[in-house]
Design a protein around this ligand. Sequence first.
Ligand code: NAD
Length: 328
Amino acid sequence: MGHEKPVEIGVIGAGHLGRYHIECLQRIEGFSLIGFFDVDPLRVKEINEKYDVPSFDDISSLLKAVDAVCIVTPTITHFDLALEVIKAGKHIFIEKPLTDLPDTSRKLADALATTGLVGRVGHVERYNPAFVAAQNMGIDKPVFIEAHRLAPFNVRGMDVPVIMDLMIHDIDLVLSMVDSEVDHIEANGVGVAGKSADICNARITFKNDTVANLTASRISLKQMRKLRLFQRDQYMAIDFLNHEVQVVKLFHAEPTDMLTMQLDLPDGTRWIAADNPTVEKHNAIEQELREFNDAIQHNSQKGVTFEQGARAVEVASGIMEQIMKHEK
Ligand code: NAD
């Protein structure tokens, strides 16, 4: 550790999010940021002025100079770009969603699997400090998950329906917590600002009977990113925006270190306690990129794989199919 050669990396797409990738990559000692490529000359100029990072004139010259890239371009460009990167034999970190369609996501996951390359998808909410704190409290076989992800209108992300832009975060979180196949999906949605859905609700039922009820909107007046779940003897509320977690737990023996409420039930006494675990602050994008580095340098299996990224897109597409059925 610490003595090996840093991974030489480039960024493709230096827009709103690409800028944060550049900042994080400059801070991570395991990476050496070689440069970036963006199709917009105005954006190239802005980034050149702000950061000490060379720009490349085209993708192929950037690819020749690096071992790995971050793809941070609009979703509809992901497939072609990622395929080019895989063909050039470079490791890829790609922003979520992997692509906009299940068949192209599957093709990328399959193409990557035939190489020894590392591929990771930027499902950054898995690294959200509140979610990490909740996981440390023990998320274990939730039977019901409810998520609300509401955002004010923003023209960025409008290239894909709200399911692919926002709900995909919760789809990935749910898939990471539920160890079962999807049984069926019910969904409703409407387009308000554009033709594709801007508000959507989906109820996903898994084969093990777990239910996930997801709501996403990108034409909301206020922001909200909350996920609640319950599992045997425990309820959790996770606030991704304010980085807060609340846990309510049922005990069969009285805990000594918590304030409890006693329940005298016919079959014995139980105790309920509420806890707000400390949420350790960290930069989630930096964290996921550090894991990407660890996967390249030390073969770590952590991080969201292309396989998992493809599965999230497949479920998202199942939701969109249900919405289209109602539109007919
Ligand atoms: P953006 O429009 O701000 O930036 C995209 C940049 O890519 C622009 O500068 C554009 O000029 C450039 N670009 C477009 N086509 C290109 C190409 N072929 N080659 C090189 N550069 C190209 O968009 P954004 O908000 O930064 O989103 C980019 C990606 O990040 C999307 O896939 C989006 O879903 C994802 N995203 C993820 C999160 C998250 O929470 N993880 C948040 C926002 C966006």
